[in-house]
Design a protein around this ligand. Structure first.
Ligand SMILES: Nc1ncnc2c1ncn2[C@@H]1O[C@H](COP(=O)(O)OP(=O)(O)OP(=O)(O)O)[C@@H](O)[C@H]1O
Length: 465
């Protein structure tokens, strides 16, 4: 290499070519620096013009190299990263551009087509709605989730966890959307992404047209949250909490005072000096009501409530439901709950989540009709009569299936198409003449049956795949 340096004049062209390799040009530059280091003052700017050292060429070549590598890396990134590629293709193909520039399809919206299970017509329909909304200027939907996904990385011996899988969801203003699902289904993980506590692994969501990945600060001014666990200051009173959060939402003066007083009254925190008591001295139910009041203060357009009625007595629960029902008039509410009664009472639409993915979506009536094409027949006799009862039910409806049996109590699902209610009465009356029937009942499918059915089917299909 050094020999080469001494003979640069004759081999100038070759050296220039070799300098196109960044490693060589770096070596050449360092070599020249080293030569000048022996002189007094080292290398100066004017020395760049010295044709003897070739430093000027080295710098030009390095700059050109940097530019070329930059563009090559960008190109490779566009080709290798699927999301970017999709986005480019999409914008080329798209005739209609979204008016809101940030309402663009997220990185993986098309690539995940294969992941969508084609048999979930309602879930697919929701996805199509999201796709359509993303290409329109419509702001009718306060919340739009575009292939939202959360993966918790492997840590402390725990395996990687896919908590939310490619979720597509559009919630319009004026709707209360209920997220239902067994423990660990991913409901809280979803809410945590929506409120900015965690970042989505892929995909995104738009709240009032603002991207949760980049515009969370703007979103906060229009968002209310009732977290799963109350986040309250022990030493502040209920009123002080509401004044604090009201100010954060830009309420001032009489508007703030009025909003706080109304909020305290509506959630039964006003009378008996409760409003001026420190939150640390509140009961669990009072804390919960204060959390709900905080989530609604300042008239936020979007509210998330994670199991808001946990720990409330029946009267407080009823009161809370009325507050939420009134509150949803002009805002989008996403609510998670384990109470099917609450879900049915409050929510316009329900989504069932199992293992992080949306299994079905629709209004409570639709879901019951879809998953509940059967009656639930329950009968209690002595254990000795179980077989006879089973035969009787099989005779009544050959497709009936037993779902539960314990000490003489049996539960059957009977397809609605196979029986008339009058027939069931007749069969039971006949049975009563033969043996003792302690109790019996015939019920239409309720949301709990839907919940159990959806969870069971999803888990079975997950186990198969
Ligand atoms: N920080 C975390 N790191 C790793 N895994 C997590 C983390 N948080 C949640 N999980 C896992 O992600 C899955 C979803 O949890 P999540 O709390 O979202 O469920 P959930 O539906 O809200 O449950 P619940 O109804 O019990 O509140 C669970 O398996 C949970 O163990």
């Amino acid at each position: 290499m050094c020999w080469f340096m001494y003979h640069t004049q004759s081999l100038e062209m070759w050296v220039m070519v070799m300098e196109l390799y960044p490693g060589f040009s770096l070596y050449r530059g360092l070599y020249e620096f080293a030569q000048y280091a022996q002189l007094e003052g080292g290398m100066r700017w004017e020395d760049l013009n010295d044709s003897e050292n070739g430093m000027k060429e080295v710098l030009i070549i390095m700059f050109v190299d940097w530019l070329v590598v930059l563009f090559v890396a960008y190109g490779i990134d566009r080709v290798v990263s699927p999301g970017s590629g999709v986005r480019r293709r999409k914008s080329q193909n798209s005739q209609k551009k979204p008016l809101l520039s940030f309402w663009k399809p997220s990185l993986q919206s098309k690539d995940s087509t294969l992941n969508v299970q084609m048999d979930k017509a309602d879930v697919n329909q929701e996805r199509e709605k999201v796709d359509q909304l993303l290409h329109e200027s419509s702001t009718s939907h306060a919340i739009v989730c575009d292939n939202l996904q959360k993966i918790y990385p492997e840590s402390d011996g725990n395996l990687e966890k896919l908590a939310v899988q490619g979720l597509y969801l559009a919630v319009p203003r004026g709707e209360c959307f209920g997220m239902l699902g067994p423990n660990g289904a991913g409901k809280t993980s979803f809410i945590n992404m929506m409120i900015g506590l965690t970042k989505p692994t892929t995909g995104t969501a738009f709240v009032q047209g603002l991207d949760i990945r980049t515009h969370m600060n703007e979103i906060y001014t229009n968002m209310g949250v009732c977290p799963q666990h109350d986040l309250l200051w022990e030493t502040l009173t209920g009123r002080e909490h509401l004044l604090f959060y009201g100010r954060l939402k830009n309420l001032k003066g009489s508007a703030l005072t009025q909003a706080v007083e109304e909020s305290l009254k509506s959630l039964n925190l006003f009378h008996g000096g409760v409003a001026n008591k420190q939150a640390g001295k509140y009961s669990g139910g009072m804390k919960r009501r204060l959390s709900v009041a905080i989530s609604l203060i300042g008239d936020p357009r979007v509210v998330y409530m994670d199991e808001p009625s946990t720990g409330l007595d029946p009267a407080s629960k009823n009161n809370l439901w009325n507050v939420v029902k009134n509150a949803k008039q002009d805002r989008a509410i996403i609510l998670t709950t384990h109470s099917m009664e609450e879900a049915e009472f409050l929510c316009d639409r329900l989504g069932f989540f199992v293992d992080g993915s949306l299994q079905c979506i629709g209004n409570p009536k639709e879901l019951k009709a879809r998953y509940g094409g059967s009656y639930v027949f329950t009968i209690t006799t002595s254990s000795d009569q179980e077989e006879e009862v089973e035969n009787m039910v099989q005779h009544l409806a050959p497709s009936a299936s037993k779902v539960y049996q314990l000490s003489g109590t049996q539960k059957f699902e009977i397809p609605k198409s196979e029986i008339r209610i009058a027939d069931v009465f007749q069969v039971v009356e006949t049975a009563k003449r033969k043996f003792t029937v302690f109790a019996w009942g015939l019920a239409d499918t309720n949301m709990e049956d839907v919940f159990i059915k959806v969870s069971r089917e999803a888990r079975q299909s997950n186990a198969l795949t």
